[in-house]
Design a protein. Sequence first.
Lengths: 244, 101
Amino acid sequence: MSAALDEPRLLDAGEAALVVEFGSTVDPAISDRVLALDDALGADPPEGLRERVPTYRSLMLHYDPLVLDRETLAERVRALVAGATARAASPILWTLPCCYDAPHGEDVAQVAERSGLSPENVVSTHAATTFRVYMYGFAPGFAYLGGLPQPLAVPRRASPRPPHPRNAIMIGGGLAAVATVPMPTGWYVIGATPSRLYAPERDPSFFVGAGDLIRFEPVDAATFDALVAREAAGEPVARRGEAG
Amino acid sequence: MPALVIDSAGPGVTLQDGGRHGYLRYGITAAGPMDPLMHAAANRAASSPLDATAVEISTGGVTVSAEDGAVGIALLAPGFRVALDGVPLPDTVARRGGRFA
């Protein structure tokens, strides 16, 4: 079912934020419209626009109501949407090393049990997928990915598990994620990447943007340890390529 | 140099600046005051930059005093009981140079 809106809905979120909603599903075409508006506003931001927050199906715009009034912002949004620009830059395809083996793929066996796939198939299916980064949210550097193949679309846990290690690769509820900061979670941890999507001391602190694509490249635990050391020495282990 | 001294502070009383904006798209909240417009209005009344650090008062209340001379203060505390040296004051008040405005 396609649930894209011709005209986006403008929804007030309090007195200092406007949500521009383009649809109601996880859909690359809807995300493209979200990100095209994000790019257009970023290229020439009205004074008083504080934050642009892309999500799966909407762009949330936080503004300073003492500087920018709601109607001025809304008119700007309507004009940019009517102009229907494409995204400013083509997405980047990132290849992130991922260790699915023990001790990192803590929950692979549970996903296998719930999905009916073998543990090997859980890993090979995940590693054969090109994911799209739709948004960050929930926690610093928590990247929500779309594109999870249907056989891996297991429901979330009935109750949360203890905090996952840093830079965990997770699936749950039909979605996939990279979770940088350890937290309790209702998702399944099926691996870890030595790449740090979020490094507060690094410039830039984040290098993967919404709209980018991610593939995971299986590595064994010894390689994982070596790559963690490389990353810690300031040598990024994520590889960058242009998406087709 | 005149200074505002916080003599006592109840639970939830914090110092808040205007927050650090721009990283919400990466999942990092701006922090800052619970009520940004009230925070900005208090700063305006105190002739401070609108994002200057202010004392955010919660249900626990706060007691402050001036040290080494008069301290200008703006207080926006609707619903709170406010007093200066035991004398009740309005809950929204600014005082500068020893006079109420």
